[in-house]
Design a protein. Structure first.
Length: 240
């Protein structure tokens, strides 16, 4: 994983997400609703809700939206039933793609995902066809603005907190953890630093370099997938 930086990709897509803020909030509300419905409204005892709330905070989602989603989940006994579904496939140039979705209608989502792949230079694969190429990791980003720590000092703090790896750029410290250690590492670092990003993610074991035309086609495919209301996350093995 050393050398794999997510920050450039996060920042590069931020403006596009800002333009779709309403849809982003809608998806986050659904994640919060499901987490609260399944595990209760107390984020201290519900790790899934804590993760959903962290994502909402990073997206600057209004507190009213968050509270509305939690209230709906905890006050309703007959709400929609959602399934978590993962789709696996290939994009232009053989790039591996994982798509995580939350859906109340599998047939609709299956059709939408298949069409998105087939019309944008990709192909949908069978379960297990590409998931083995990714590792579930915790990811934490701490911006270096006004931060006096150098890389050696930060690495010491990361290792003491239980983190696995540190990538340093002029703008940010990027910390990777084992999935099972993510919560404890995040909570430890949060006592001392402001976290710009904190999430569980999928990291490709190897990446594939694409030419400009393939990159453009892949971006179109990912954008189409992310535009789907049921899609929560899209991961790929493209070289950044």
């Amino acid at each position: 994983m050393a050398g794999h930086s997510k920050w450039k990709n996060i920042q590069g897509r931020k403006n596009a997400q800002d333009a779709k803020r309403g849809k982003i909030f809608q998806k986050l509300s659904r994640e919060i609703y499901i987490a609260a419905k399944n595990g209760g409204a107390d984020s201290a005892s519900n790790p899934s809700l804590r993760l959903a709330l962290d994502k909402a905070k990073a997206a600057n989602m209004p507190n009213d939206n968050v509270e509305r989603a939690i209230k709906k989940a905890t006050s309703s006994t007959d709400g929609a039933n959602y399934d978590e579904v993962t789709y696996e496939g290939y994009g232009p140039g053989g790039v591996a793609i994982l798509v995580e979705a939350l859906t109340d209608n599998r047939n609709r989502t299956n059709t939408n995902i298949r069409v998105a792949f087939s019309r944008n230079g990709g192909s949908l694969g069978e379960t297990g066809s590409v998931s083995y190429m990714f590792d579930r990791k915790g990811y934490i980003a701490i911006e270096r603005t006004d931060l006096a720590l150098d890389e050696e000092d930060m690495l010491e703090k990361v290792l003491e907190a239980g983190g696995e790896d540190l990538i340093t750029t002029p703008e940010v410290f990027e910390i990777y953890t084992a999935a099972e250690d993510f919560t404890s590492v995040r909570d430890t670092l949060e006592q001392e630093f402001t976290l710009a990003q904190a999430e569980l993610t999928m990291i490709p074991q190897t990446t594939i370099a694409l030419d400009e035309a393939q990159k453009n086609q892949l971006e179109q495919l990912i954008e189409k997938l992310e535009d789907d209301d049921d899609v929560s996350e899209v991961y790929s093995s493209v070289e950044e």
